[in-house]
Design a protein around this ligand. Sequence first.
Ligand code: HEM
Length: 730
Amino acid sequence: AVALATALSVNANAAPSGEPMSNQDWWPNRIDLQPLRMNAEKSNPMGEDFDYAEAFSQLDLDAVKKDLEQVLTTSQDWWPADYGHYGPFFIRMAWHSAGTYRVYDGRGGAGGGQQRFEPLNSWPDNVSLDKARRLLWPVKQKYGNAISWADLMVLAGNVSLESMGFETFGFAGGREDDWEADVVYWGSEREWLGNDKRFDGGKLEKPLAADHMGLIYVNPEGPNGNPDPVAAGHRIRDTFGRMAMSDEETVALIAGGHTFGKAHGAHKPEKCIGAAPGDAPLEQQGFGWENKCGKGHSEDTVTSGLEGAWSANPIAWSSQFLDNLFGFEWVKTKSPAGHTQWEPENAEQVKFVPDAHVEGKRHAPMMFTTDLSMRFDPKYREIAERFHKNPQEFQQAFAKAWFKLTHRDLGPRARYLGDEVPEEVLSWQDPIPEVDFKLVDERDVKNLKAKVLDSGLTVPQLVRTAWASASSFRITDMRGGANGARIRLAPQKDWPVNNPQELASVLEQLESIQKDFNRKARGGKKISMADMIVLGGAAAIEQAAKQAGYDVTVPFKPGRNDATQEMTDIQSFSFLERKADGFRNYYSSEAHLAPVDMLIDSANLLDLSVPEMTVLVGGMRTLGANYNGSQHGVFTDKPGALSNDFFVNLLSMDTKWSKSASEKGLYEGKDRKTGKLKWTATPVDLIFGSNSELRAVAEMYATNDNDEKFVNDFVKAWTKVMTLDRFDLK
Ligand code: HEM
């Protein structure tokens, strides 16, 4: 009865009658495989054969841009444009679409068009952007499959800037739309604008970047509403840094962005504003925040609750933001909605900003607390003053920072589409030189594989190295992966997870085989180290399969090239470091989640499904590919052979598992009859027997008729990981 009562009390938030409770509702501590299920779900109405790059190549980008320009200046009665131009509104939409990006896990960002879905669609920071996207619908409808929402939002931001006299750095398409809300950890607070949890311990929790739940970055009124521009400056540095932005880029973005448009806080939100789209009544058809005060839009609009514009002409590019920032002494005031903002001390004498809707009415410019950080934080001030003196430099810095902001999560240049792609190569794009040599053919591959296997390098060494190289990939921002062979370079070569000492010696031997081949090859034929490393893994797996009695070929497609240290931005690349890798049974104290959750997170970053993750873990264990050669989870008498032993032995009732008395976090498997120690395991190993859904897949791989399927599935999943970054093949 006690247990039942406990179970009942846990579920105080039961689902409404008639709706199923999810297992996560019942057992909140159970691991959640949902992020991996998404990779296998068929929720994309475009179907598997749809090729977005191909569809985009049919697009007349100039025509789309002309139509967008038309939309910008055609005010609609249902949401009239401020100053007769939707440009600033669309810039905010594009910035909020891209600005959720964060470096630690590559999640968020413009890719996928996630602003269309909850939670982002209904975030308090995205108030009114439902209208911005609806204004774009006629353009989306007209061009259909050829331009995704994700691309269209960024493009609309660019066209807005151009339409207001700003020269942009370029535009690349290539962001395919998602069709369901992404599962992203945005923080553990249960209240909008809460931030009581994320600063536990004094520092913003990783991998978060925003300093409040439901905000893109920081609170415009200062940290937790404290109107202190210097304190706000620290928060801005921290959060914009986690968006991959330097101080210079941050100043350029804030000063550049807030040249345009206005803030909206005509009334007290609590008196006027209805539910967010996620909670709004059916008849509103996706719109939220219904405003019942005054006209409900135009001069009565309530968005952030702050009110006013930064520039005399908010629909033209200028350096007015900086002129005003330094030109006035700013004093605190309140918006009509009651929020703290700043006005010039002589506000009455400097009413040079026209009203956005009411003819003849004029206002003084305003600033947010966070805008004033650009003047009162000493480092930001130095940059802002330089920009103020050199408008041309400011213009270029904003153009480049805007391009980075909106393209950061699109991945390497190989993914860029369209004829507005800038030629200049930027270090944050993790550039890889173009292949300017003849590639190896099938015979060369066969010979090279034989040489690798002859070199004395072992199966575990080759598998670990290939895995280390390829598994740095993150589907979230398309960075990392085997291409470029950055595993040879700082910082990747020194990451603890890669066992730097062993790695260096394996790479040295592979390099000597590579050099020897390249020296002797004729007709400009060469193999890169990036290809050598992947080829080494393939050779090892074929050998391991043979040892288990299976004759398989691991597909190998040459065409990777090697980056140099100079092409590698060490700081930016450091964010790809894995602090845990369940596939190699590696876990460090710096991991931000428990071992099993880290495994699921890694699998998610590698775009793996539940079965793919399962087969890879099982195979890597019997291949002996654990970090440092540890024996945990190596449930086989024939390590180095590719067999389904991991699953067979894990599920065997001959073994009884218990927590290790000597080592925390470890488990011991003893023979049920003799009590003799047979195996040791980590939680990442035992979860495949403990979690009911993972056990189901483990059982499938452990049955007598699926031993060969196991080998084939392993090879398939392995090949997928090795080619995750081969955008040239897709
Ligand atoms: C408007 C906050 C950075 C572009 C606003 C508004 C707020 C805000 C509260 C008013 C929204 C409304 O009531 O309608 C912030 C904060 C930032 C930041 C706290 C960082 C510290 C940026 C950046 C850009 C940008 C980086 C673009 C590069 C804009 C634009 C508007 C705007 C164009 C005007 C929108 C309109 O006219 O409808 N911002 N912002 N902001 N923001 Fe920002």
